[in-house]
Design a protein. Structure first.
Length: 174
């Protein structure tokens, strides 16, 4: 059975920049281990992950949305076009057998929040989820403290600043 790892992250990093190269390494690790990747299908982290996975012989799926005038990554093998941002996020979540959240802005935060809420409300089975980077550590800890206060489940998310450790966690737990 082919497994798909959905990766969320910023569209801003460019080749040669640390965030892009980290995402590229992640794509290579996942591809080398036989996992396909799914991203938002555009540039930045999405392009880097798709490039890395493609170079290792894995499939890269891009879920795009008609509202952006952006160029799709040339490394995707399959483009799924959506008509709204909400449909796009729903498709990205639906396709993932696991999730990796790299650095990003409000869009990436929304994507993380939706996956987390789906787990929290038992709207889907829990799947492995890892956040890479210091920025997520503070956010996840604050929300987990609130979940504890509300007597809800915590600890859904693996946190790391090491991309190899991030990939290993997903591979081990998928």
């Amino acid at each position: 059975m082919e497994r798909i790892i959905t990766v969320f992250g910023s569209s801003k990093p460019k080749p040669g920049e640390e965030e892009y190269e980290t995402a590229y390494q992640l794509g290579k690790i996942l591809g080398k281990n036989g996992y396909n990747v799914c991203t938002g299908g555009y540039q930045g982290i999405m392009d880097a992950v798709s490039k890395g996975a493609s170079e290792m012989g894995s499939k890269a799926i891009g879920v795009t949305v008609n509202i952006f005038n952006a160029k799709a990554s040339s490394y995707i093998h399959e483009e799924i076009r959506c008509s709204s941002l909400f449909e796009r996020i729903e498709k990205l979540v639906e396709l993932g057998d696991a999730y990796i959240i790299l650095r990003g802005g409000t869009g990436t935060l929304v994507e993380l929040s939706i996956v987390w809420e789906m787990f929290n409300k038992y709207l889907m089975n829990e799947k492995p989820i890892a956040c890479h980077g210091k920025m997520w550590k503070d956010i996840v800890q604050i929300i987990d403290e609130r979940m504890k206060f509300e007597n809800r489940n915590q600890g859904f998310i693996f946190l790391t600043e090491n991309i190899e450790e991030c990939a290993e966690y997903i591979i081990r737990n998928i």
